[in-house]
Design a protein around this ligand. Structure first.
Ligand SMILES: Cc1ncc(COP(=O)(O)O)c(C=O)c1O
Length: 394
């Protein structure tokens, strides 16, 4: 970070005046707690004993042999309680909310994994919970809507815009403006006004710290490639962050190319976006010629955000990280491939990262090591996949 709240020129606090007290309060509370031993011990306690950290780093031998190149390891965030990496952040922020004396948490969600994670944390810590979710996402991620309700959360479908994640963020921000005295807005990815991108990054950075230790134990050296899918960018930054100073480690983020980068149906905000301001931050966003935000699209609800967290925008511009993309079809193919070759059903989001390995691992040397962040499990996507398979007569 070059200046407080900025990553290069990206980030900042582009928010209405009325939210400044809430943001200032959060900034102050977090800067006190992030180095507070008691808070960090409490967080570690819940991550270990409730959520199941550390997650395994698994050598995918069958997939490696099939692709015939780099050695592939999977960081198994799909095994975390809740079924995705989102739990790292929701436990952290819910503890933070409690320390701030808040009694209510709200969140936005796309795939529903962040909503499930927030609802679990709400139940665990006795916080009233409301989740905003685009109506379209409530329809395609029904198992997760049901989970949130079972966990005691109120799920509020959002009917504005294209009824997906961006619209849920708008609604959650609007709600926070009116309720921040007793409510914490538990943002689910590395986006939003400062300090959210840093807070979420810090809570997710446990992923990369574990990978570093685990790969040293298993291979005695650092990996050559780190690969993760990108929605807003939290699982990717969680994996990358511990390695940023290790210049020989390549970091690759995989965006959703949807129906193709030369169509209007994708979610590739780095490859196809422009600089702009939305949801409180300066970053890359999909925009039309007049600077209006364009809708994102992906087969996976967790990747169809039209922007990217500001730290990724900086890592891209500075050349430290690379960004590629995978289409819906490549992700589906990867979903099948991993399921059949390793007996692991990945989330469609994570399948985008696996697709990169399928495209590229075979052209790498056998002594190269690639770590893929398996950000979540695919149970929530079964309806989507079954539907497509049936339509294709498979
Ligand atoms: C399993 C899974 N992976 C990845 C993502 C994308 O989010 P992020 O880029 O913040 O990791 C989501 C979002 O819902 C998700 O559910």
């Amino acid at each position: 970070m070059t200046c407080e709240g900025y990553f290069g020129e990206f980030g900042g606090q582009y928010i209405p005046e009325v939210l400044m007290p809430a943001i200032d309060e959060l900034k102050e509370a977090y800067s006190e707690l992030k180095d507070d031993e008691e808070f960090q011990n409490e967080l570690s306690y819940y991550l270990k004993n409730y959520a199941g950290r550390e997650t395994p780093l698994y050598y995918a031998e069958n997939l490696t042999k099939k692709l015939g190149g780099a050695k592939i390891y999977l960081k198994r965030e799909d095994l975390l309680h809740g079924g995705a990496h989102k739990t790292n952040n929701t436990i952290g922020q819910a503890l933070l909310a409690k320390r701030m004396g808040k009694t209510r948490i709200i969140a936005e969600t796309g795939a529903g994994q962040h909503g499930v994670g927030t609802s679990m944390a709400g139940a665990l810590f006795g916080l009233e919970t409301e989740i905003f979710m685009g109506r379209l996402d409530t329809e395609r991620q029904q198992p997760n809507v049901f989970r949130m309700k079972l966990l005691g959360a109120k799920v509020t479908p959002v009917d504005t815009g294209s009824k997906v994640l961006k619209d849920a963020v708008n609604e959650a921000m609007r709600n926070w403006t009116a309720t921040f005295e007793n409510t914490h807005y538990l943002i689910g990815t590395v986006m939003g006004p400062h300090p959210f991108p840093t807070i979420v990054r810090d809570f997710q950075s446990v992923i990369g710290k574990e990978v570093k230790k685990q790969i040293m134990e298993q291979e005695g050296r650092l990996p050559d490639h780190l690969v993760a899918c990108i929605g807003g960018g939290s699982n990717a930054l969680g994996l990358f962050h511990a390695f940023i100073q290790d210049k020989d480690v390549r970091m690759v983020g995989i965006e959703a190319a949807g129906k193709g980068l030369n169509t209007s149906l994708h979610g590739a905000s780095i490859s196809k976006g422009k600089k702009g301001v939305l949801h409180g931050m300066l970053s890359y966003f999909l925009q039309d010629e007049d600077g209006q935000i364009e809708e994102a699209y992906s087969i996976s609800a967790g990747l169809d955000y039209p922007g990217i967290g500001p730290e990724h925008a900086y890592l891209h511009d500075s050349g430290r990280a690379e960004y590629a993309s995978a289409t819906d079809d490549q992700a589906l193919n990867a979903f099948m491939e991993l399921t059949r070759s390793e007996g692991i059903i990945p989330a469609l989001e994570s399948s985008h990262a696996v697709a990169y390995a399928i495209e590229n691992a075979g052209n790498m040397d056998k002594d190269e090591i690639m770590v893929i962040n398996l950000s979540g499990r695919g149970d929530k996507d079964l309806n989507t996949v079954i539907d497509i398979m049936q339509k294709r007569g498979m």
